[in-house]
Structures are given as C-alpha cells and as structure tokens.
Design a protein around this ligand. Structure first.
Ligand code: ATP
Ligand code: MG
Length: 473
C-alpha cells in the first residue's frame, strides 16, 4: 500500500538552539500540573536490550555528549510503559538537522523531512542494521488543509510534547537518567486507561482531522476508554473526516481492522458517526443497536490475533452480501467503490471478494461434492476464505466440521487433494477435436468427474471423451 506522501513545503521560522559544544542544562522535570518531579528510576522500562534500543540509546548518548538534549519520544515510551516491546524508536532533540548530521556524519544520516526537522540516523548495532528517526523539538504552525501544519517552529521539549496528538503519545524518556518526562499527563492516562487529546480536543481535531481515526485506533489497540471530551469532539467533527485523503483513511482503517480489537474499534467508528463518511454505503445498516450487534458479530468471531485486513473487510461486508442473495455484480461494484475511495490494491479487493464468495462452500465443506470444494482449497486465496468461513460457522453456532474437513484434506499429500487432471488439451486434439471454446467446457466436466470419483483413471477419462464425441456433445 502506498505510503502517505509528504508533498508539503514547510517554512522553517527560526532555530533557537545552541550550537554544538555548548553544554545545555536539562530542564527540571515538570509534570502537566506544573509540579517539578523526579521519577523513580525505572531501569526496567526497557528490559530487553534489543539492538534497536541500544542503537537509539547510543544516539541519545552521543547527542548528550555534544551538549544537546535528547530523549526517546512518543510511541516507544508509551509502549515500554505498557510493558510492550516498541517496534521502533524515535528520538527528539534540541539539535537542529544540521547539528544532528554533523554529530553522526553524512554516511550515517539521511534527511527524510528536513522541513519538519527530521533526520534518519542509521547504522549497525552488533551486526544488525538499525535506524532511528531523530527529530528536532518543534511546534506546529497553522493547519490550513486540516491535515498538516503550514510550517513548523523549532522549540522546547515541552512545546514539542504539546504539539503531539494524545497524552499517551506525548511522553519522553531520558535513557541516560532513566526518567520518564511527562508534560501532558500521559502516564496518568495510561494508568487510568484513558485516551485523551492533548489540550482542547475540538481544536486539536480541527487542526488535523486524521486524529479522529488515530484516537479510535490507539484506544482500541491499548484497551483504553475514549475520554468523553475527546469522544464528543470526534462526534461533532465526524463529517470533517472527508478532508482527509481516502488513501490515508484506508491506511488507518487497515491498521484498525488488522488488530484483534477490530470489533470494539468498528463499534466506535459507527457510534461516533465516522462510518457515515468513510463507508456511507453501509452506515445505515449499523445505526440500530440490535441490528448492528447482529451485523458486526462476525467481526467479533475473527481470531483474537492480527488478521489480514481484507479478511476483516470481508467480515464487514458479508451480512450485506447475504442479504442481496450473493449477487456477484453488486459485490463487484461495492468492492470497486471501496477500493477507489480507500485506494486499496487490486489484490486486496480480490481477496475480499474471493473470501466472501467462497466462504460458504468451506463452511459446508464436508457435505458438498468434492469438485466444488477442491478448487477453493487450491486457490491462492484459500487461507483468507477459510478464516472467514470459520468465523461464519462460529457466528452461526454450528460445528466447524467443514473447516476441519478442509484442513485435514490439506494435511495429506498434494497428489491426493490436487491430483493431476486425467485429460488436457492435447488429449482432446488426439481424439480428433479442433481447439475451440468447447474445449474448456469438456475439460472442466472431465475434471469435475475426476474429483468426484466418477472417472477413476486416465483410460476411463479417454473412454468417456470418446463417448462424448460420438454423441456429438
Ligand atoms: P505506532 O506504534 O503505531 O507507530 P506511534 O505512537 O509511534 O505508534 P506514529 O504515527 O509513528 O505513532 O507517530 C509517532 C509519534 O508522532 C506519535 O507517538 C505522536 O507523538 C506523534 N504524531 C504522529 N502523528 C501525529 C498527528 N497526526 N498529530 C500529532 N502528533 C502525531
Ligand atoms: Mg511509530
């Protein structure tokens, strides 16, 4: 999937930071209520000394050695406090991009967002390639497009925390002093399990409408309640989500639907009114609470692990597809509309449609002719269809026998569940037929009979072919 493009030009207003070499006193630790504090050292915040963590630590150490302030920032602090291994580390510093490049040298740095003050520092730690985004503390200027600031101003750590979206994402960690630095009340919110916008939620959402989806994504992912003011601001501004590009919405929805918390998140998307704008075709189906419960119960039945996004989307569309009695064309046009809006790839939408169309065959696998089930088992989209089928069976509270039957078939050698066809085109030519459209029909019929055990050998198949030709079929 295409990554968000950063096509904006940013105006760098000023650089208020000391040049390298001047030792800067670190600010006192001040919490969001204005109280100075010193956190109890948490040497175990990062119990896993992963190469990425060590590499990020080394970056902070080298910046600190040159007199700059540098902290771990954002998601990697939040994740560590929650006891999760961060998947990547971001460093925030008062060094400017030029200063960061001079500390690490041109071979170890790459400018990835000069105008935002972001430099990628890369290198190896114990033989493993690592990279860390190092960003200069900044404040955002006005947001005229509802998504990105028109300019940024380089500023203090506290202001940098204030420009971040949610309190849980506004934390810093000083790995040298082993201290969490919290200007926004993020630790308390993590403890109270609340997702809260930093500052005035209405204004923060007004700046960047994508934050509405991010709020629901983070709350779902970490099992947090949405702070009532933040939630109300989302409800009031839901319509504004249309200012965000469909592609960016697609990226967020993909992350939401892949995560095991997908059912809770989708309920929130409906409850806040966001689905009215991100998937208007189906929103009205979910407005009545009891119908919504029924329609979305399939999402609840998906595995409690990450699943491919198209499987979740298929689970959302499936009740509608059943209601329209499985009309293929309707499904195609719905899929095309969603694909176009969220800029999904062809393969993603192929998986969605394939799973929807074939799940039922797998649910009933063991009761249907093998020639109906076998082509689904041999399809490259078999696994997503099977995951959806299992959720459908569980949702109907029927035994998952069909799914077990398919899985057990696949345990046997491939020659058993996908034998070579007895006949191919050359057999038809040898039998005196001229290539033409009838070939495919004959071969498909022969394959079906082979799979269903009505033809047991190549000889039987050739004999059957001869009869067909003699009867002019
Ligand atoms: P993830 O594990 O999903 O990557 P993350 O917290 O690292 O979570 P990112 O989207 O990578 O999330 O952003 C890194 C940090 O940048 C966030 O923690 C947050 O502080 C800040 N941030 C990102 N997007 C926004 C935004 N739209 N508005 C304000 N701050 C943001
Ligand atoms: Mg991140």
């Amino acid at each position: 999937m295409a990554i968000e493009r950063c096509g904006f030009r940013y105006r760098k207003r000023s650089n208020r930071f000391p040049r390298s070499g001047i030792r800067v006193r670190k600010p006192p630790f001040i919490d969001h209520r204005g109280l100075s504090f010193r956190m109890t050292p948490r040497p175990n915040l990062y119990p896993q000394a992963t190469p990425e963590k060590q590499f990020a630590h080394e970056i902070v150490r080298r910046l600190d050695e040159r007199g700059f302030i540098a902290y771990f920032a954002g998601g990697c602090v939040r994740d560590a406090i929650l006891g999760n291994d961060p998947h990547d580390f971001d460093v925030a510093t008062n060094a400017t991009t030029d200063q960061v490049r001079s500390v690490f040298g041109p071979n170890q740095t790459r400018a990835v967002g000069e105008a935002f003050g972001v430099v990628l520092v890369h290198g190896k730690w114990h033989g493993q390639k690592c990279q860390v985004e190092v960003a200069t503390f900044r404040s955002d200027g006005a947001y005229s497009d509802g998504r990105r600031p028109d300019w940024v101003v380089f500023t203090s750590p506290e202001n940098d925390a204030q420009r971040r979206d949610f309190t849980i994402n506004g934390l810093f960690y000083d790995p040298i002093e082993e201290k969490v630095i919290d200007y926004v009340g993020g630790r308390e919110d993590l403890e109270r399990k609340v997702l809260r916008a930093i500052g005035n939620p209405e204004a923060r959402i007004g700046e960047d409408k994508l934050r509405m989806l991010r709020a629901i994504r983070f709350a779902a992912r970490f099992g947090l309640a949405l702070d009532p003011n933040t939630q109300q601001a989302i409800v009031r501004n839901a319509e504004q989500i249309q200012a965000v590009s469909g592609e960016r919405i697609g990226v967020e929805l993909t992350k939401i639907l892949e995560h095991p918390s997908r059912h809770w998140a989708w309920e929130k998307l409906v409850g806040t009114g966001l689905t009215q704008y991100v998937i208007p075709e189906l929103h009205s189906r979910w407005t009545d609470a009891s119908q919504r419960e029924k329609e979305l119960s399939l999402l609840r039945q998906l595995p409690k692990t990450p699943v491919l996004f198209p499987i979740s989307l298929a689970a959302i569309l499936y009740p509608w597809f059943q209601e329209i009695s499985g009309q293929r064309l309707e499904l195609e046009s719905m899929a095309a509309a969603i694909q176009d809006r969220w800029k999904l790839s062809n393969i993603e939408m192929d998986v969605v449609q394939y799973a929807i169309r074939n799940a039922e065959v797998l649910v009933q696998g063991e009761t249907l002719p093998w020639s109906l089930v076998q082509p689904v088992l041999t399809s490259r989209f078999f696994e997503p269809a099977l995951v959806l089928a299992e959720a459908i069976a569980r949702n109907r509270e029927v035994p998952v026998r069909g799914i077990e039957y398919c899985r057990s078939k696949l345990q046997s050698p491939e020659s058993f569940w996908n034998p070579r066809p007895f006949l191919d085109g050359s057999d038809l030519v040898r039998a005196g037929l001229k290539p033409g459209p009838g070939f495919a029909t004959l071969l498909a019929r022969a394959r079906q009979m082979q799979l269903d055990g009505d033809l047991k050998s190549k000889e039987e198949a050739v004999a059957w072919l001869k009869t067909m030709i003699d009867h002019g079929s």
